[in-house]
Design a binder for this molecule. Structure first.
Ligand code: MBD
Ligand code: FE
Length: 283
């Protein structure tokens, strides 16, 4: 890896913040509900301050760190690593999903990736093509196992160095990002490469935060997916690799036993795996 090409915490953080700011966000939360939530957040903070007898020096370090997270643009990263998995768990339960398990979206999704046919190869550079290939195939179905014609599988993942296009310099815009349009029976067959584990940037406030309590900064290798089918509820999820590093200790707490792939060499010696996505009907 060349040093000039390596992403910095400041660069990837601010790219993720700019991406997030380009999306419109709103919630119809009532004043009563907001009051109940905010009161509980403040109560939890008060309890921690008293329980640990937090000092003025510690309070000032916290204040400085909060400012730093903003300046590095790392709020999307920090929140998605340390908080999103709890919101995702509540989302799955409170909406009574019974299909494929979800997982967190994370900070690096980009809407509108190029459409690809049901049998396709992900957009990649020569250097990506030199990495070990992965054939990822399956079917998008309803709860009864019936294929959903024209379902879409949006896939995005890191390259063999653990970097995401759009959030690290020097990578083509849509590298390793695509919207696969399934065939008339919901089938897809994608050739891509095996992603590398992802390391939280060490040179920014999220990295310092992890260091401060002796944690590790790693996510296991993963594929990000958003799966959509007409008349069905979309899911956002991730898939991991059996026996991969960090699968049992994801810094983002976003693995689930149902989301672990076990690719096997096919007749040509290429790693291949089948995973079917089951979508719940629209409520
Ligand atoms: C990632 O690749 C990711 O998926 C999450 C959730 C956080 C940081 C980097
Ligand atoms: Fe990721």
């Amino acid at each position: 890896m060349t040093t000039t090409e390596n992403p910095t915490a400041f660069g990837s953080g601010n790219a993720a913040t700019d991406k997030f700011k380009s999306e419109r966000v709103s919630s119809d939360t009532s004043v009563e509900r907001a009051g109940a939530i905010i009161k509980d957040v403040l109560r939890s903070l008060a309890d921690v301050v008293h329980k640990h007898q937090v000092t003025y020096d510690e309070y000032r370090v916290l204040k400085q760190w909060l400012i730093d997270v903003g300046e590095y643009g790392e709020w999307p990263l920090w929140l998605d690593v340390f908080v999103e998995h709890e919101v995702e768990a509540v989302h799955y339960d409170r909406n009574n999903y019974s299909g494929t398990k979800g997982s967190i979206e994370g900070p690096y999704y980009v809407e509108g990736s190029p459409k690809l046919p049901s049998k396709c190869t992900m957009p990649m550079r020569e250097k990506d093509a030199a990495a070990p290939s992965l054939i990822f195939k399956g079917q998008v179905t309803d709860l009864d196992g019936k294929g959903l014609p024209g379902a879409t599988v949006e896939l995005w993942h890191a390259d063999e160095d653990g970097f995401y296009s759009r959030f690290a310099p020097g990578i083509p815009e849509w590298n390793l990002r695509g919207t696969i349009v399934c065939d008339d029976n919901g089938f897809f067959e994608i050739t891509t490469l095996e992603p590398a584990p992802y390391k939280i940037p060490a040179d920014g406030p999220t990295g310092w935060f992890i260091d401060s309590f002796g944690g590790h900064p790693w996510r296991p290798a993963h594929l990000h997916l958003m799966v959509k089918g007409a008349g069905h509820r979309s899911i956002t999820t991730q898939l991991y690799f059996k026996d991969g590093d960090w699968v049992d200790s994801d810094v983002a707490s976003a693995t689930k036993p149902e989301l672990i792939l076990d690719p096997q060499p096919n007749a040509d010696g290429v790693a291949e795996v089948t995973y079917n996505f089951v979508l719940d009907p629209e409520a």
